[in-house]
Design a binder for this molecule. Structure first.
Ligand SMILES: [Fe+2]
Ligand SMILES: [Fe+2]
Length: 215
């Protein structure tokens, strides 16, 4: 996804852009700036292993939809142009991840979560609220999100079938990008989030990932 320069966008444009990103992410393959990592492959020959790989990639796709929704929601209520730009840059890169996960689901003969529009809308709302708490908290929220996603991806790398090199290549590149997003959020002034916020975020993520594996 390529977002427009926010300086030329009116509030209505921003809302339309939000809806457009959500619809593209949920129902189509969004455009990506970078090619999908790894070499195209059908995935594990064993159907149950292939289904498992697809379940994990569906969770990752839903996670990327949520990350994009969060950051665009946060950008909507960000106070400073620099924070807004950082959030939009991160949302753009999550768009690449979204496209890669979409490609992999296609190759595995599967589909994204049917509840993607719900994950997106909920994430935009949570992101907009986080943005209202001020830029330092909002950037801290971004750093915590990325930290949790990174841990989540590490778990997926351990659970992925050994003969799924393509999914592994995608997840490894995503993991490197998420680490960079987290560092960027802290460097931009993100403050650590007090408990119970991180715990609540983990709980919300668990509901989404537990559901998206199947639906
Ligand atoms: Fe991502
Ligand atoms: Fe990220």
């Amino acid at each position: 996804m390529r977002l427009m320069d926010p300086r030329v966008l009116s509030p209505l444009d921003r809302l339309l852009e939000l809806a457009d990103a959500g619809l593209r992410g949920s129902f189509a393959r969004p455009a990506s700036a970078r090619p999908t990592p790894g070499i195209p492959a059908a995935g594990p020959a064993d159907p149950s292993r292939r289904r498992h790989a697809a379940g994990l990639m569906r969770v990752n796709h839903a996670g990327e939809i949520a990350a994009q929704g969060l950051y665009l929601g946060q950008a909507l209520t960000a106070r400073s142009p620099a924070t807004r730009a950082a959030l939009r840059r991160a949302a753009d890169e999550e768009g690449d991840h979204l496209a890669w996960c979409h490609d992999r689901l296609d190759e595995l003969g599967s589909r994204p979560s049917l509840l993607d529009p719900l994950w997106y809308a909920g994430s935009v709302a949570i992101g907009a609220l986080a943005g209202l708490c001020g830029d330092r908290t909002s950037l801290g929220f971004m750093a915590e999100t990325e930290k949790q996603v990174e841990g989540h991806l590490a778990d997926h790398l351990a659970r992925l079938p050994a003969d799924d090199a393509r999914s592994r290549a995608i997840i490894e590149q995503m993991q490197a990008d998420e680490a960079a997003h987290g560092h960027a959020a802290i460097a931009a002034g993100g403050a650590p989030l007090p408990e119970p916020a991180p715990k609540l975020m983990r709980l919300t993520a668990r509901i989404m990932t537990g559901t998206a594996y199947w639906i």
